[in-house]
Design a protein around this ligand. Structure first.
Ligand code: 5GP
Length: 173
C-alpha cells in the first residue's frame, strides 16, 4: 500500500514551539542544581532535543543512542551509543514518540541494569496510548496523538518528512 501525506495538521509549528518551551521550564525546575544528561534516541528525536535543550538553563550534557525495533514488533536492540558515562548521572531519555512501548521498555531496563544512572526518566514529544502493549513511564509528554502514523518534526515515513516543522500523518493513497 502506498501512503501519502494527509492534508490536515495535528500540531502547528507554533503549538509545538510553545509546548516544548513549557516542557523545558518544567524539566529545568525539576532538575534545578543537578547535572542533567539528555539521552536522545536517534533519529526521530533530533528536532525535539535541539529545541528542548536550548530552553533549559544549567549544566546539560548529551548522550545519543540509536535503537532498532525488530520486524516482529516484539523486540528492540541498540545499534549505536555515543561515548558518555551515565553512571550516577541524572538521565532523561528524549524520545520522539511512544507507540507500543517496546523500544522504551527495552532501553529503560538496559540502562538501569548496565549503566547505573542516579535517576532515569522519560520525555516523549508524542504519546500514542491506544497502541500501547507494554506499560512504560512517560514523565514529560508533549502531546497525545490518535492511532495514526504521524510524521514531521523528526518523525519519518520511510525516512521522508522528518524536516516538516509541524506534525501531520500519512494515509493510504
Ligand atoms: P514503540 O517501540 O513504542 O512501538 O515505538 C518505537 C518507534 O517507532 C518510535 O520511536 C518511532 O521511531 C516509531 N514510531 C511509532 N509510531 C510512529 C508513528 O506514528 N510515526 C512515526 N513516524 N514513527 C513511529
Amino acid at each position: 500500500m502506498t501512503m501519502k501525506l494527509a492534508h490536515g495538521i495535528l500540531f502547528t509549528e507554533q503549538q509545538i514551539q510553545q509546548r516544548v518551551s513549557e516542557l523545558a521550564r518544567q524539566i529545568q525546575r525539576d532538575y534545578e542544581g543537578k547535572t542533567l544528561v539528555l539521552c536522545a534516541i536517534l533519529k526521530g528525536s533530533i528536532p525535539f532535543l535541539a529545541d528542548l535543550m536550548r530552553h533549559i538553563q544549567g549544566d546539560v550534557r548529551l548522550a545519543l543512542i540509536e535503537m532498532k525495533s525488530q520486524v516482529d514488533g516484539q523486540h528492540a536492540s541498540i545499534l549505536f551509543t555515543s561515548s558518555l558515562d551515565l553512571a550516577d548521572r541524572h538521565v532523561l531519555i528524549i524520545e520522539d514518540i511512544v507507540d507500543t512501548g517496546i523500544t522504551l521498555d527495552y532501553l529503560l531496563k538496559h540502562l538501569d541494569a548496565e549503566r547505573a544512572p542516579a535517576s532515569l526518566r522519560v520525555a516523549a514529544f508524542l504519546d500514542k496510548p491506544e497502541a500501547r502493549r507494554i506499560e512504560v513511564p512517560v514523565h514529560y509528554r508533549g502531546f497525545t496523538v490518535p492511532d495514526k502514523f504521524v510524521v514531521g518534526y523528526g518523525l519519518d515515513y520511510q525516512e521522508r518528512f522528518r524536516n516538516l516543522p509541524f506534525i501531520t500523518w500519512v494515509e493510504p493513497e
